[in-house]
Design a protein around this ligand. Structure first.
Ligand code: EPU
Length: 338
């Protein structure tokens, strides 16, 4: 096994934070992963894959396993639907494109989300009215302690809003190695309700959209307000959108009648964190190379050489200010590695 020393992780995390792995190994097969997990000489291990949902704040004093296992195959098929198995190291968006080219529907609304297939279930990625769980069948994961492969079906994953068992009781115990998704071959259930998608389709005069049309619309919307991690380091939304009680919401609405909101359940209201952050005056601010995106206040950015601590300092200021002004706790969506 080719174990390297003092390897920069800058190109392996979408925030582009330049920290080093003391020891580093690239994993390209299940067997390789099993072997690496069994390396008893290196008890401390750290897993990285797409690096799209983490903020690294210091060098990693461990054996970093870079999971880069590739492969896509159809494992089940009938006239209407099929199950596609994608290995963890496949780039998510490339996988979406592959599905679109084959005419498989279900994940077109999730176009252009940074990261890899294997990390998608951890936070149940979602955008424009669709979440991974809507098409999810199961995933395979390797137990870090034993090297054993375990299957998690949809129920076992305990998906919630940007949440799953892999962020809760199973946190740090498994490495997802592949994901099975059920997609449609025809009669696609299109999700065009999200306001911005509807607008874009009308703008393009598209009355009967294809899955490719929806993907194109999503890509256009994302590009108009979310920075491309290849150009400006970021990890998408830094915080989750908070959910508050209807009682608190009604109090807030008196002061801020223009506040955007969505009722998600009886008595529970989701308020966009981006709006709260903008109200607190953070949209577009920049401190050194760390900042808040000028078009989407929920996205923290690295303009080049910011450290994880620089980004974290802004995140903490935002939390304090939102708490002071709105009495709401913002919870990070991004995994902060301290
Ligand atoms: N808003 C502001 N100011 C801002 C940003 C947003 O006032 O700076 C307002 C918007 O005007 C709008 C509302 O907040 O009324 C919602 O904004 P947007 O549609 O951009 O969505 P979001 O709630 O900020 C969520 C997801 C995104 C996902 C979009 C679209 C979370 C934490 N984020 O963002 O996911 O792409 O909806 O579905 O749920 C991600 O998780 O990394 C991510 C990018």
């Amino acid at each position: 096994m080719n174990i390297q020393e003092n390897i920069s992780l800058k190109n392996l995390n979408t925030f582009g934070i330049d920290v080093k792995a003391r020891l580093f190994i690239e994993i390209t097969s299940l067997l390789g992963l099993q072997k690496a997990l069994g390396l008893e000489a290196y008890p401390k291990k750290f897993i990285i894959s797409g690096g799209s949902n983490m903020l690294l704040t210091k060098d990693i004093d461990a054996l970093v396993l870079y999971v880069n296992i590739k492969g896509v195959s159809v494992v089940e098929e009938n006239d209407e639907t099929l199950v596609v198995k994608a290995m963890a190291g496949e780039n998510w968006h490339q996988f979406v494109i592959w599905c679109l080219e084959k005419g498989y529907g279900g994940i077109e609304n999730l176009s252009l989300i940074p990261g890899n297939v294997g990390t998608a279930p951890i936070q149940n990625i979602g955008a424009y009215g669709v979440e991974l769980k809507d098409v999810f069948v199961s995933c395979n994961a390797m137990e870090i302690e034993t090297g054993e492969l375990v299957e998690f079906d949809k129920e076992a994953c305990q998906f919630g809003y940007r949440d799953s068992i892999f962020k809760q009781s199973a946190k740090g115990r498994y490495i997802i190695t592949s994901v099975n998704l059920r997609l449609t071959k025809k009669n696609h259930a299109l999700n065009t309700d999200y306001g911005a998608i509807e607008k874009e389709l009308i703008h393009k005069n598209i009355v009967y959209p294809t899955i490719q049309d929806i993907s194109n619309a999503v890509i256009k919307i994302r590009q108009s307000k979310l920075p491309d991690p290849k150009e400006i380091g970021n990890s998408g939304s830094f915080f989750k959108n908070p959910v508050i009680s209807k009682k608190n919401f009604e109090k807030m609405l008196k002061k801020h009648p223009e506040m955007p909101h969505y009722e998600i359940d009886e008595g529970l209201i989701k308020v966009p964190a981006g709006w709260l952050i903008e109200q607190c005056g953070f949209k577009g601010i920049r401190v050194g190379d760390a900042g808040v995106h000028e078009k989407q206040a929920l996205v923290l950015v690295n303009y080049g050489n910011a450290s994880g601590e620089d980004i974290l300092a802004i995140a903490e200021k935002i939390q304090t200010s939102v708490k002071k002004n709105f009495k709401i706790d913002l919870v990070p969506e991004v995994n902060i590695i301290r």
